[in-house]
Design a protein around this ligand. Sequence first.
Ligand code: GLN
Length: 192
Amino acid sequence: MTVIGVLGLQGAVGEHLKQLQSCGVDAVVVKKAEQLQDIDGLIIPGGESTAIRNLMDRYGFVEPLKSFEQPIFGTCAGMVLLANELSGTEESHLQRINIRVKRNASGRQKDSFEAALEVKGLEEPYHAVFIRAPYVEETGDGVEVLATYDGQVVAAKEGNILVSAFHPELTDDHRFLQLFIDMVNSSKLTVV
Ligand code: GLN
């Protein structure tokens, strides 16, 4: 059975667990770096990226996550944490995907909003929920853009790393999460 972990330091952990379970996946909360050995993929949830980073430091997650080989899906704050670069003077964290991210970038928009997105790999539009969302300012070599909103990249993938500026765990539509589950299953098939 496929086991997907949700990094349980801060943020929307329970919502991801529920959605994984409703997709028939074995979902576990990851609170210790040793648990990374027992999972096939990891979700870094939305929340407050600075708080998650501080807890990652405190519980020894940074180096293990830089070298974690299985797929990782970062939603919102998780996307901020996975980016190679952050806009402005902020230091980047895990540097796992070749994108530059601007935090809290909704700008003149409301803090939270919803939008129907065209997502690569999904046939029908996907209803996305954004909460104080970051967006991708620039994508580098090897990065596949999966969705844009208002001309800005809000979902992308590079190798085993998937990111979204929105919160797939807050809707009943499981199709975006399923894209990640498919990545995890196919990476399991290639690692024998
Ligand atoms: N703005 C938050 C951050 O950068 C992310 C918001 C979210 O995860 N909903 O940490």
